[in-house]
Design a binder for this molecule. Sequence first.
Ligand code: AMP
Ligand code: MG
Length: 417
Amino acid sequence: MSHAVDPCAKPGLIHPNDALPKLLEQVTPLSRTERLPINNALDHVLAEDITSSINLPPFDNSAMDGYAFRFNELSTQSAETNFTLVGTAFAGHPFDDDIPSGGCIRIMTGAQVPASLDTVQMQELTEANDNVISITAPKRTGVNVRKQGEEASIGQVILTKGTKIGAAELGVLATLGVAEVTVYSKVKVAFFSTGDELQPVGTELKAGQIYDSNRYSIQGLLTKSQVEWIDLGIIEDNPESIKQAFIEASSQADLVLTSGGVSVGDADYVKQVLNEVGEITFWRLAMKPGKPFAMGKLGDAIFCGLPGNPVASMVTFYQLVQPIINKMKNLPHSDPLKVNAKLTHAIKRKPGRVEFQRGILTRNHNGELEVSTTGAQGSGMLTSMSVANCFIHIAIDQGEINAGETVIVEPFSGALS
Ligand code: AMP
Ligand code: MG
């Protein structure tokens, strides 16, 4: 469904659902790769398919500590059958001798099941009297045996190009005996804040000044997004300084990210400078918070300009920049998980913009998901992001919402978790 001409949107504003594919169109996934030992590959994205050179498991092995025997030698007359113990197989130490008919071996979890045996009974369902082992019949042949190749076989693609390497993937690679992988190099992101009012932490504030918080929240978001970042500090509201910062940033990074200066104020020079040194599309998004957003090209780098209001900059990062970074990283696009929850109190609002209210999602005593807002929702009130664990998504055409109504909630994940 297209929202571009949504009658509910205020004139000139574009629905974020329509903006995102247009923004992503401008992004080419990065092609730089490197070869890494798997110990260093966590959080990288695979640039190759990983094919198994072995079967998984590599041999038939026991899933239990117990006794291995031939299923067809179980008595059909009684529930238990006596077998003669002829040896023991440990994990890493197979039992290689012949096993006569009516014979069984003691076997430990992970030990190879001899080719001439097919079934394992767990120790708890057996009774040992010297060399005579009474085994309770299991339901079918093959019980408690993990068959060679049952999880994957030689030649099978186990992990595909574009897979993010997490803890499980590291283990899977090791299971396959893979020592090194080809991964995409990390995306480099340079970022700076703009604003004459901004001061770094560790200094005294003078009249009219505030501390620069966006550089810290953005640094956190970028670290969690697993990119390499370069902090270029605070740049004053002056076209020449901004121009120099852009030139420096684009020479070092794949993505240049700024906050502030993309609105319509008299000191908002980001757009003007970008028009001189690169290309820019300026977006007025039908979203709250986060109306102004700029995207463009600075040489080979992508540029994203976030609004200065601290909540707006975090929300636009999460909703728009994170998918852009994911595409640059060669990850497939995936929409964040959304769930339904019951609103605990009314929300007053007017239709016209998609809203991302900060919410607190809990389970009530009936086990149902419930959500409340964090209170005042000013786009400068960053504590609302800190208290929240989710966004409450409010559709563009939605007016006031009553207590008890079901709303759509997006639990914080990825860079916000
Ligand atoms: P701007 O987008 O530059 O018009 O800024 C909008 C609002 O966000 C203003 O109140 C700014 O003071 C504030 N702001 C801009 N950048 C930052 C920042 N890096 N940290 C905290 N507040 C900021
Ligand atoms: Mg500003």
